[in-house]
Ligand binder design. Structure first.
Ligand SMILES: O=P(O)(O)OC[C@H]1O[C@H](OP(=O)(O)OP(=O)(O)O)[C@H](O)[C@@H]1O
Ligand SMILES: NC(=O)CC[C@H](N)C(=O)O
Ligand SMILES: [Mg+2]
Length: 489
């Protein structure tokens, strides 16, 4: 789940892109990059690591230009190698840099098509580089470099690429281009700022980037919409494909920051509502429950856990302290690293557990890495009974649109009943949110009936998927496959 930002400013943009990336760091911790454009040149600096590690004073100084894009990466395709960090660049036509959040599900066919029909070679295993070459080819077939020509090119991309994609591009001689797939699976929001020298625009994965950079949130980019902001600050927008909004529900469950608005829904409020519906379910199933205290598994579950405690009318306590210097464990590339990180990251305060029946709350249980260890930690800290609530339903199916859970065997809930999972996690009671409750909680009162991509819970994929696709990505991207790749390199 990468983070992307693009800015058209009236002054230099590199430092602002850097600041934007730092607040999107939770979306990708593996690599980062910035590309800026002045009138004649595109400059790119990128590499593996956190944003603060990839850039130094010297590299920032070289990133000149008033138009630019930036990316932080959490790989879902190809390898974790430096050459697959983003933005990607092609020199023809015009010079284009592209940053992509999402994942294509027809990359192999597209790669062949790009080579055989468009006569372009893609030198990495990245789906994003394939996407860039499709866009470049489609733009190359247009006569001039105008917003209309870009819209035609994006129409071509929409026709050919299948999957989740939120994209920002910098096109030399024109400005910034941004577009979102026809289902709007991945988020993209547009903001504006007025400076004494003219209008400035920013496009970002999450509105938190607009907030910190002082842009006003204008609106979300619509599914199947493309936006061109010329280097002079003129905004053009057009629908480039028939569309139906079904944003990824996992953004609200886990990925996004709570202080972001995504598709006009506050992530914070969505998580609070998830807590209310789950609390109500607990009361329905066990009106005479014996829960003494609700304890969140930090960070992401906090908003939901607090509301569960309110609904149950029991105490809410911070019983685990998070080491703020350890990153998010779920988005780490290998299982060994994830498992070790839970211990390094979370430590219990025993007096909150001793002799109590505790309800631990997590936003989601994916591989079960976190919950298995946490349940044991709660017992070791002296809890009498350990109950576990998940603000999301069981994750039973792979995610193919930009979240790296490609192999169903790695998912603890795949092919298992809730009581089997309860046993594996070692808790006294496991309770999951129902999918219908999750969807209505996220939609909230402002967007009742909103549809979502909930494929990792339901197994229904909004773009349709080739039947052999799952086996192919399992071979490429399971934890085993990644381990083998690391050993070989
Ligand atoms: O079942 P698992 O495979 O362990 O995955 C789920 C866990 O991973 C995430 O936490 P993470 O540490 O990534 O981030 P957070 O601090 O934002 O909660 C998520 O919030 C769950 O706690
Ligand atoms: N998480 C993402 O959005 C990943 C983008 C792209 N598929 C990559 O692997 O680099
Ligand atoms: Mg967590």
């Amino acid at each position: 789940m990468c983070g992307i930002v693009g800015i058209v400013g009236t002054s230099e943009v590199a430092a602002q892109l850097y600041d934007g990336l730092t607040v999107l760091q939770h979306r990708g911790q593996d690599a980062a990059g910035i590309a800026t454009a002045d009138r004649h040149k595109l400059r790119v600096h990128k590499g593996n690591g956190l944003v603060r590690d990839v850039f130094d004073e010297e590299s920032m100084r070289l990133l000149e230009g008033k138009v630019g894009i930036a990316h932080c990466r959490y790989p879902t395709a190809g390898s974790e190698g430096e050459d697959e960090s983003q933005p990607f660049y092609v020199n023809s036509p015009y010079g284009i840099a592209l940053a992509h959040n999402g994942n294509l599900v027809n990359t192999d066919a597209l790669r062949r098509e790009v080579f055989e029909q468009d006569r372009r070679n893609v030198n990495t295993e990245s789906d994003s580089e394939v996407l860039l070459n499709v866009f470049a080819h489609e733009l190359d077939t247009q006569k001039a470099l105008t917003p209309q020509a870009v819209f035609k090119a994006v129409e071509g991309v929409n026709r050919r690429a299948k999957g989740g994609y939120a994209v920002v591009c910098s096109v030399l001689g024109l400005g910034l281009v941004a577009f979102r797939d026809p289902h709007g699976i991945r988020p993209l929001v547009l903001g504006k700022r007025t400076s004494p020298t003219g209008d400035e625009y920013c496009v970002a994965s999450e509105s938190v980037a607009l907030d910190v950079l002082g842009f006003e949130r204008l609106r979300d980019i619509a599914p199947g919409e493309a936006v061109v902001i010329t280097a002079r600050g003129e905004l053009h927008a057009q629908q480039t494909a028939p569309a139906e909004l079904t944003p990824c529900i996992f953004e609200y469950v886990y990925f996004a920051r709570p202080d972001s608005m995504i598709d006009d829904i506050s992530v914070h409020k969505a998580r609070m509502r998830m807590g209310v519906t789950l609390g109500e379910k607990i009361l329905r199933l066990r009106p005479d429950h014996d829960i003494d205290v609700v304890i969140p598994i930090p960070d992401t579950s906090r908003d939901s856990a607090l509301e569960i405690a309110n609904v149950l009318n029991v105490k809410y306590r911070e019983g685990f302290i998070k080491n703020r210097y350890v990153g998010r464990t779920f988005i780490m590339p290998g299982q060994g690293e994830r498992a070790k990180s839970v211990k390094r990251k979370l430590n219990p305060i025993p007096l909150e557990f001793r002799g109590r029946n505790v309800l631990l709350v997590d936003d989601s249980i994916v591989r079960g890495t976190t919950s298995r260890q946490i349940v044991q930690m709660a017992r070791d800290a002296g809890a009498k009974k350990v109950y576990l609530a998940s603000a999301a339903p069981p994750v039973r199916y792979p995610n193919v649109y930009g979240i790296d859970m490609p192999s169903s065997e790695e998912l603890i809930a795949h092919g298992r009943t809730e009581s089997e999972i309860e046993q594996m996690l070692g808790c006294d009671w496991l309770i999951y949110q129902d999918l219908a409750d999750l969807e209505s909680a996220v939609a909230g009162p402002k967007h009742p009936g909103r549809k979502f991509d909930s494929s990792c819970f339901s197994g229904e994929y909004v773009t349709g998927i080739d039947p052999d696709y799952f086996e192919r990505i399992r071979q490429m991207r399971s934890d085993d496959a990644k381990k083998k790749r690391r050993v070989a390199s």
